[in-house]
Design a protein around this ligand. Structure first.
Ligand SMILES: Cc1ncc(COP(=O)(O)O)c(C=O)c1O
Length: 401
């Protein structure tokens, strides 16, 4: 892939007709090293956030050895790239065939579950042809926890309720070498107290089940930075998690795991789009709801933007975007702040799209073609550069009274 200093250099060199996905390997490497060095346990990359092989190799090269794979496609992808990596199949609803292939062909020993039926399915699928049950399984029971502190809820679909957790933990203990508890506080958790609350629920579940727990997996949810979403430093999350993990009634050698997706890859990518038409304060751009901007359309996520035309500082105005397809739903309300005189033919860089951006692209309506380039400049914002004002002064941190 061609390398440029920044997005403006890309536009000058190729005046692209299609959107250009920019990648910043240095930003992903920095995020990986941050988690590897500072998270007080094992950081397992949630591949769904961005399954780009280039990214997965960057994370591996920078110390990320565990991967949360949630489909057989992700299992095959990561195993093909990284024969030595530890893969954990963290989707609580899997097919028997997917489990069989993962266990017998790809060496996957770790699975999550939230029902007795799934436990039975895993046990049956990992029993060999002579009827010998697997003795090397790590099984993590997913607990339902609140998503109240997060921007995207993950509280409805998966997870056993606390009231039903004890019998499931006890039954699971019978079939595994290592027993774990996992949860997900929802994506972009804006305060570390989200994890404190969830760990309190873990404590209650373990106490009631009276089982030995070997792994506590605090899931994903670690935030990135977007306009109006400035989280406290990640070190605060790590410190709180570590303190509460240490006080749980678990085996003395129990392991702490996390499954960061967004926080490891949000800074990795941005995209260059072109304005094809302006109608008052609506800009028709060449990527959208069915492309890398799914979240901007479907959950009104405000990604940072900048115009790439010139260096003059101009008054800004608020704009909404339409994507390239014929659907009315291909609309992103924003508002996105751009120079008030922006017009058709101008280029815009939309930042922080490394997580759940490029990964969501489709070819719907014949759109979806993109070019790619590597850029060397900084992402539009960073949790890892060490130069941002301490947001603890703001009211992001919710106190637990
Ligand atoms: C099981 C599981 N783990 C980890 C993640 C990654 O979450 P995040 O990107 O918020 O860190 C997800 C996201 O949906 C998930 O479902």
């Amino acid at each position: 892939m061609q390398q440029f200093s920044d997005a403006k250099a890309v536009v000058r060199a190729i005046e692209p007709d299609e959107p250009v996905i920019l990648t910043r390997p240095h930003a992903a490497a920095r995020a990986a090293r941050f988690f590897v060095e500072k998270f007080p346990g094992t950081s397992m990359y949630a591949v769904k956030a961005n399954p780009s092989p280039d990214l997965i190799e960057i994370l591996w090269d920078n110390g990320v050895t565990h991967y949360d794979v949630a489909s057989i496609g992700e299992v095959r992808l990561v195993r093909g790239l990284l024969p030595e990596a530890k893969l954990c199949f963290m989707h609580p609803v899997k097919t028997s065939r997917a489990i069989k292939e993962a266990y017998f062909q790809h060496g996957v020993k770790t699975y999550s579950l939230d029902t007795l039926e799934e436990l039975e399915k895993i046990v049956a699928a990992t029993t060999d042809d002579r009827g010998k049950a697997a003795e090397d399984l790590s099984l993590l029971v997913r607990l339902r926890v609140s998503s109240e502190h997060s921007q995207l809820s993950l509280a409805s679909k998966f997870g056993v309720d606390l009231a039903d957790a004890a019998p499931l933990l006890q039954a699971t203990r019978q079939h595994c070498d290592a027993l774990g508890v996992c949860f997900h506080v929802g994506s972009q958790a804006m305060t570390p107290f989200a994890y404190v609350q969830a760990l309190e629920r873990v404590r209650a579940a373990i106490a009631e089940a009276a089982v030995t727990v070997d792994i506590v997996d605090v899931g994903g949810g670690f935030p990135s930075i977007y306009p109006d979403l400035e989280p406290p430093p990640l070190e605060d999350y790590f410190a709180m998690i570590h303190r509460h993990f240490e006080s749980l009634p678990i085996s003395y050698s129990a392991e702490l795991w996390a499954e960061p997706g967004r926080a490891l890859c949000a800074e990795y990518s941005s995209i260059i789009v072109r304005v094809e038409k302006r109608r008052e304060n609506e800009l028709y751009i060449n990527d959208g709801a069915y492309g890398a901007l799914f979240d901007a359309a479907h959950v009104d996520w405000r990604f940072p933007v900048r115009a790439l035309e010139d260096d003059l500082i101009k008054p800004l105005a608020e704009f909404a975007f339409y994507g390239p397809t014929c659907d009315d739903a291909d609309y992103m309300a924003g508002p996105f702040l751009l120079p008030e005189d922006i017009q058709a033919g101008d280029y815009i860089e939309i930042g922080m799209l490394g997580a759940y951006g490029a990964a969501m692209k489709t070819d719907f309506n014949g759109f979806g073609a993109t070019e790619g380039a590597i850029v060397m400049d900084e992402p539009m914002s960073s949790l890892y550069r060490g130069d941002r004002p301490d947001p603890r002064a703001s009211d992001n941190v919710v106190s637990l009274r």
